[in-house]
Ligand binder design. Sequence first.
Ligand code: ADP
Ligand code: MG
Length: 485
Amino acid sequence: METSQEHEHPQWEVVIGLEIHAQLATKSKIFSGAATAYGASPNTQACAVDLGLPGVLPVLNEEAVRMAVKFGMAIEAEIAPYSVFARKNYFYPDLPKGYQISQFELPIVGNGHMDINVDGSSKRVGITRAHLEEDAGKSLHEDFHGLTGIDLNRAGTPLLEIVSEPDMRSAKEAVAYMRKLHNLVRWIGICDGNMQEGSFRCDANVSVRPRGQQAFGTRAEIKNINSFKFVEKAINHEVDRQIQLIESGGKIVQETRLYDSVKDETRSMRSKEEANDYRYFPDPDLLPVSVSDEFKAHIKALLPELPDTRKLRFNEQYQLDTENADILTASRSLADYFETLVKESSCEAKMCANWMTGDLIAALNKANLEITESPITSQRLAGLLQRINDNTISGKIAKQVFEGMWHSTATADEIITEKGLKQITDTGAIEAVIDQIIADNSKQVEQYRDGNEKVFAFFVGQVMKAMQGKANPGEVNKILKTKLK
Ligand code: ADP
Ligand code: MG
């Protein structure tokens, strides 16, 4: 679509800051014991605390704190020794208490960063803060004629709101940052990252300024974008809108806008003047959160090797190029799959990487599957690569075996035996076929001997065809060369 593109605006610089809500993967809610599992029938997972009934008291879920601290450490942030929950007061039907519990002045995570890579150059994006808060319920508009239903299952679900500095300068950079964050939260196991279910969503703050100007322009905030594609489209659209408005003599007003993915446009929701005054104040029902050095040390010991570190190690230990290292660290499961494959197959890392980034990932994408759902486990794929390595089958036949493995639970060996795909290395058998083909194609033999090297491929093709692709290609080449001399 035309509007989704990034247009050239040489006189303007784009400024973007993202606020990302990651739903923490705790079993129970942040201030109650109700379950957080997605998809239950409405209002079956909301207890008295989530409903905001009088007389109840919230109790902080320690697991949520642990996850926030884990995140803080992964982005090399400051972890506040002392943070405070506040009440953010507003009225909305999906918020029965009349306030959301959030962290305001003293968030648990402050001042970290994330390095992104766009078009070959690296850049650091500052992360201002990450704070804990509870989610609100959900309004259901579709199921009831003329009425709105309220589902409070989501009320009280723990969220980590991750606020970036206004450091991004294009929609592409914003998407790169969002993708990296998405990888990281899943990598450290604090969020399932499911964007369709709303576990990872983004508000994009966008402004433009004349190139060379220091001061930021007035920003608009685009709310609740739940896919990478839409973030890119929404930002590019908003940039065009702002520039057009300013260039035609208008002024940007600070406001909240909604992205409509069907029309591919943003629309005003409310302006700053209409914005709520939330009257934040510390929640008297909750103690401040204190994080000790021992607690931090404990969490630090639990952190896995992080994506950037692992990528560097893949570069060095396995000599992977940056592109393959990038792809194979796009998720922790992919990286684990790769390392198991190398170990189990004892094949060259480069061969393992190529099979994964080529055939395997292509097949997964086509079937819309994650690596964790792959019908071919790393152990089974290792069995296939071993048979290529020991010359039992050629690389070409291997693709056929791969196909068979994809649609069954058979091992590579079982398929090779069952379908009789074993490579023929018996030189006698190959020679016999070659003799016959040379005898049948005297014209081509003549052309080859007259110096037409291209005809060689014709002979290779004929031999392979006659032997159903099973002849050892090295042997075929060798024997053909001698016989055609
Ligand atoms: P608020 O309190 O209104 O949410 P914040 O100062 O917390 O405002 O900023 C929210 C987000 O907006 C942050 O990610 C920040 O980087 C970004 N931001 C702030 N000013 C601008 C601007 N002029 N242009 C683009 N993004 C901005
Ligand atoms: Mg904000």
